[in-house]
Design a protein around this ligand. Structure first.
Ligand SMILES: NC(=O)c1ccc[n+]([C@@H]2O[C@H](COP(=O)([O-])OP(=O)(O)OC[C@H]3O[C@@H](n4cnc5c(N)ncnc54)[C@H](OP(=O)(O)O)[C@@H]3O)[C@@H](O)[C@H]2O)c1
Length: 142
């Protein structure tokens, strides 16, 4: 939903809506870009809802594992899996999608990873402007 500037200002004084909750037993949840920021908080929130297969899709596996440990510390949830993906590399996106070949389901996909490209145009190894690459994962998964 697109908000007007006035509506956005008004929202600063609004009551925060209650945090949504659900039982995610049996479900597979993927958060792309879950090492930090919004993606990490989303993954932590999903952890509290007990998905059977929660996957943190990260370009830095060490940071991904650190995020999984923090989720365990902060929520007690232990099953978080870390898988490698670099959205700036088509080959990596395809390899990540291939890891789902034998999976029977994918219930929730949070396409969070992204960068704010400031300054000079930067090209990925595939020769595309980096900021545009976030679109490619959904194509590969369908
Ligand atoms: N925060 C805001 O106010 C705001 C406003 C509008 C839109 N957004 C959008 O919301 C999303 C999350 O924002 P945020 O503030 O939480 O960002 P953030 O703290 O910078 O986190 C971005 C996440 O994306 C990952 N990432 C970046 N490039 C990647 C790549 N090529 N492949 C895989 N993962 C990659 C980062 O991994 P590393 O840890 O490895 O860097 C990190 O986990 C972004 O798409 C952002 O553009 C944010």
């Amino acid at each position: 939903m697109k908000k007007s500037v006035w509506r956005a200002i008004q929202d600063q004084w609004s009551t925060i809506p209650p945090v949504a909750n659900a039982d995610l037993t049996g479900q597979t949840v993927v958060v792309v870009g879950a090492t930090t920021g919004i993606g990490f908080e989303a993954a932590k929130h999903f952890g509290r809802m007990g998905p059977t297969k929660p996957i943190l899709a990260c370009r830095n596996e060490e940071k991904g594992r650190a995020a999984a440990s923090r989720i365990q510390e902060e929520t007690g949830f232990e099953r978080t899996e870390v898988r490698y993906i670099d959205l700036a590399r088509f080959a990596s996106v395809r390899a990540f999608a291939d890891t789902f070949e034998n999976e029977s389901r994918l219930d929730i996909l949070v396409m969070n990873a992204g960068i704010i490209a400031l300054g000079a145009r930067k090209e990925s190894v595939d020769g595309w402007e980096e900021v545009l690459q976030v679109k490619d994962l959904s194509t590969s998964l369908t």
